[in-house]
Design a protein around this ligand. Structure first.
Ligand SMILES: Cc1ncc(COP(=O)(O)O)c(C=O)c1O
Length: 387
């Protein structure tokens, strides 16, 4: 075998593909662990969306290559959703692009901007994809700490001027994975001022924008004054409509930035299957109240989990959004040790906060992507362990 590219030598397998392994191992000895690790919703895609796919797939015109930027209907539906939900007025021709979920688009945006000598600012803790691709593109990754005492918002005043001058991209993600923190409109306004002052593209990961239940609907960075001058936002149908396996989402924002992403994508992929884009239009034009019902499910599950963990004597950062919650590591345990003990003694899968960067140390992340019976079982097992 020839040597792998140097960029792979310092890259481990993706965090969540590693988490799958203990799940397999643990399942062998009888007591299957309760899966509260990976954020992959257990609920099916709603039937009206599945039905829309079924109809669309029969149309032979759907079997050809889709348009590179996404179907006109998909881009219009995305712009319509952004208008109704966030009050944005976007041009579906130039300011919206269909994507294969959001993960690929976030990787490809990095490809469009980052090169050796550049800095990419990533949140710590944060979704691992932002930093991995920046490194692969030869850029320097600078972690911006998210601290509990700052509401897990980055302190932009702490970014040294020399670093900001070299920065091309700045990643934010709210509602946040893994902390579940929310951004305020005030923070977004400050972020846009910072980005415009230093000529940086703000890449806003909004994968969880529709998963909120104990807070006001989270705002869009693009609505901040100046946000459309420097920002691109990534939206996904994976979480909002339980369509993670369908690989469909969209990017929206500044036309020049969206255009740069489109250029990379035209050389890389040929878009989401047209029939799936038809179904995504049905999802985005929801008339059934599905997103609200889904939020009610998460609200119930999250309250159940957090109440149970607190009664078990653990400290939980109760979230208002996302399907994640952070649990503080008991005294004397680090996040990997806590996650291992949860797996070994309570048979509950959790993700160590350190998997999201050094800033995640001190916490493990649990999800409520499991039904209430499983959550009750997890609580029963966790309560039986001495922490
Ligand atoms: C913060 C964050 N962003 C983006 C994604 C990617 O989701 P998708 O590619 O399914 O849209 C995930 C998936 O878990 C995520 O947690």
């Amino acid at each position: 075998m020839p040597a792998r590219a140097a960029r792979l030598s310092q890259t481990e397998d993706y965090l969540f593909s590693l988490i799958d392994r203990p799940r397999e191992l643990a399942a062998r000895d009888g007591t299957a662990p309760v899966p509260l690790g990976v954020g992959d919703c257990d609920l099916p895609t709603p039937p009206h969306i599945v039905e829309a796919l079924r109809k669309a797939v029969r149309d032979p015109s759907a079997h050809r290559y889709p348009p590179y930027a996404g179907t006109q209907a998909m881009r219009e539906a995305a712009a319509g959703h952004l208008g109704r939900r966030f009050g944005l007025h976007l041009n579906p021709e130039t300011e919206v692009l269909a994507t294969l979920g959001s993960k690929e688009a976030m990787a490809h945006l990095t490809m469009a901007y980052a090169e050796p000598g550049d800095v990419v600012l990533v949140p710590d803790p944060g979704y691992p994809v932002y930093g991995t691709w920046a490194r692969w593109c030869g850029a320097e990754v600078v972690r911006v700490p998210l601290r509990e005492e700052n509401g897990f918002l980055p302190d932009l005043t702490a970014v040294p001027a020399a670093v900001a001058r070299r920065a091309k991209l700045l990643w934010v993600c709210y509602p946040n994975n893994p902390t579940a923190a929310l951004a305020t409109s005030g923070f977004y306004a400050e972020l846009a001022r910072f980005a415009l002052r230093h000529d940086i593209v703000v890449a806003s990961d909004a994968a969880y924008s529709e998963i909120y239940y104990d807070c006001a609907p989270p705002p869009s960075f693009l609505r901040a004054p100046g946000g459309m001058k420097c920002g691109i936002e990534f939206h996904s149908l994976s979480k909002a409509y339980n369509m993670a396996g369908w690989r469909v989402g969209f990017a929206a924002g500044n036309a020049d930035v969206v255009g740069a992403l489109r250029t990379v994508k035209t050389h890389t992929d040929s878009g989401t299957f047209t029939a799936i884009q038809h179904a995504a239009v049905t999802a985005l034009n929801d008339t059934t109240g599905y997103p609200e019902r889904l939020r009610a499910v998460y609200r119930e599950r999250m309250h159940l989990l957090c109440d149970g963990l607190e009664q078990a004597g653990l400290q939980v950062l109760r979230p208002g959004a996302t399907f994640y919650c952070l649990v503080r590591c008991p005294d004397g345990t680090d996040s990997e040790g806590f996650a291992k003990k949860l797996l070994a003694e309570a048979r509950v899968l959790a993700v160590p906060g350190s998997g999201f960067g050094p800033g995640g140390e001190g916490y493990v992340r649990l999800t409520v992507c499991a039904g209430t019976d499983l959550i009750r079982e997890a609580i029963r097992r966790i309560t039986a362990v001495h922490w």
